[in-house]
Design a protein around this ligand. Structure first.
Ligand code: NAD
Length: 468
């Protein structure tokens, strides 16, 4: 029997089956989550479809409801943080911060406009371009930031007038189930439904006839499956997928001055961020000194159970991901890479992999070419910056990238050459609610956040009025 409950039509639903949830800091099961059946999913879809008929009508009421959601999360962040830490692994202050960030997102989204544009208004004709909601949105999220990534979908989908059925990752279902439970006091029944289960449940959502839009965040491989499953029913899709973000460090920077920002751009959340730095291209003049600065930081950072005070990095979230990180590091070692810090899994319980800095690697090594999604950072030497940009672009991924230089103009020019959705200068992973975030190439289709993200949950409607 599950310790946590789904939310369907404003009611808690324990579900008829359950599955275990593991604490990655210990490797042991600590809770059960409902394993949603097809019938239970049908009930959630029906609730969302029913709620849509009235929810779509009153924009002011929706804005107010979003502000109430923000207030609930502000109030509950400290209470809910530990659940996220236990299932995801991240340090407790970061887990609490994720709920607070979600609260900010609700508030910011509540202030966005749903514009009605008048493209013609003369004595014969008035033409308005309006934004209509789509209907029921199926939202599917990964295990690295279940709350904030969920709210990036829930808040704009609801403001636009849609209703939502959301499914978190089977590795991290609990915080999202709790999110659904606490937000019921701010929302009418059926507007936000939360179901949990395995990957099959995700596939059922993408095929479900009630769903008019899928908003998906996860890996490229699953994103392609989602796109294929949505196609026969012409469901709208937004896909936020993986990345292999390059950071390009120009020779004019002082390695000591940038090391700490680069380090956290790569290692925050133990590297499990879609838009983390996943490969660094360093000019050969700065290479050895930046390598040793980063190695020093990696060897002194405190990794451990996120519930312990002072822990800066938690474990990798799950066993398959730990295996993948091990495999990529072993492959790099076999190819002649040098390990400047870390390099192996930690003995004992939990899915810990030492913060690892890898030198003497090049493009063509899996650790450089693929998304490692863990606490491991490869540094690649370059001589000519145009060549570094070309290598950064020689990837199917295009989520984000950064250029590091004291010459902001030059850095900005170079950033414009990189094929990616977000280019940062002298920083990385600074995602804000008022700018679009999304990927080029395999990193996604569509964007989230700001007015651009909101409009992705709408369809255009032209209203053409003959006056005479
Ligand atoms: P994943 O693709 O394995 O799973 C994501 C979600 O999809 C889970 O809820 C899963 O149950 C569900 N799912 C699995 N198979 C499905 C199917 N056939 N149909 C529908 N849903 C299905 O990804 P993950 O391992 O949970 O997350 C890590 C990946 O997510 C990384 O690649 C990371 O870069 C990416 N990510 C991207 C962003 C972004 O905004 N671009 C943000 C965070 C994570």
């Amino acid at each position: 029997m599950s310790d946590f409950q789904m939310t369907i039509g404003g009611e808690t639903a324990r579900g008829s089956r359950s599955f275990p949830v593991v604490n990655p800091a210990t490797g042991e099961t600590f809770a059960e989550a409902p394993d949603c059946t097809r019938e239970e999913l049908d009930a959630a879809m029906e609730a969302a479809r029913t709620a849509y008929t009235s929810w779509r009508r009153d924009e002011d009421a929706r804005r107010e409801a979003l502000r109430r959601c923000a207030a609930v999360l502000r109030e509950k962040a400290v209470e809910l943080g530990p659940i996220l830490t236990r299932e995801q692994g991240k340090p407790l202050p970061k887990a609490v911060g994720e709920f607070l960030g979600a609260s900010i997102w609700f508030d910011t989204t509540a202030g966005l406009e749903l514009p009605v544009e008048v493209v013609q208004d003369d004595e014969n004709t008035r033409i308005e371009v309006r934004r209509r909601p789509l209907g029921v949105v199926g939202a599917i999220t990964p295990w690295n930031f279940p709350i904030i990534l969920g709210v990036w979908k829930i808040a704009p989908a609801l403001l636009a007038g849609n209703t939502v059925v959301i499914k978190p990752s089977p590795f991290t279902p609990l915080a999202t189930l709790e999110l659904g439970r606490v937000l019921q006091e701010a929302l009418p029944p059926g507007v936000l439904n939360v179901v949990s289960g395995g990957n099959d449940l995700g596939a059922w959502i993408t095929e479900h006839p009630a769903v008019r839009k899928i908003s998906f965040t996860g890996s490229v491989a699953t994103g392609k499956r989602v796109a294929a499953a949505a196609a026969p029913d012409l469901k709208r899709v937004t896909l936020e997928l993986g990345g292999n973000d390059p950071a390009i460090v120009l020779p004019d920077v002082d390695p000591k001055a940038v090391a700490e920002k680069l380090f956290w751009g790569a290692f925050e959340n133990s590297g499990q961020i879609c838009a983390a730095i996943k490969r660094v291209y360093v000019h050969e003049d700065a290479y050895s000194s930046l390598l040793s600065e980063l190695a020093e930081l990696a060897s002194t950072v405190k990794m451990g159970d996120g519930m312990e005070e002072g822990v800066q990095l938690g474990p990798i979230n799950n066993a398959p991901q730990l295996e993948r990180v091990k495999e990529l590091v072993e492959d790099a070692k076999r190819g002649g890479a040098s390990i400047a810090a870390g390099g192996k899994a930690r003995e004992g319980g939990g899915y810990f992999f030492e913060p690892t800095v890898v030198g003497d690697v090049d493009d063509g090594t899996r650790l450089v070419d693929e998304e490692q999604f863990g606490p491991v950072l490869p540094l690649v030497r370059y001589r000519d910056v145009d060549d570094a940009i070309a290598r950064a672009n020689a990837s199917p991924f295009g989520l984000s990238a950064s250029v590091w230089s004291n010459d902001l103009e030059r850095a900005t020019e170079l950033a414009a050459e990189i094929e990616c959705g977000t280019a940062w200068i002298n920083q990385h992973v600074n995602i804000v609610p008022n700018a679009p975030f999304g990927g080029a190439k395999w990193s996604g289709i569509g964007v989230e956040n700001g007015p651009w993200g909101l409009l992705g949950f709408t369809e255009l409607q032209t209203v053409n009025i003959a006056k005479g």
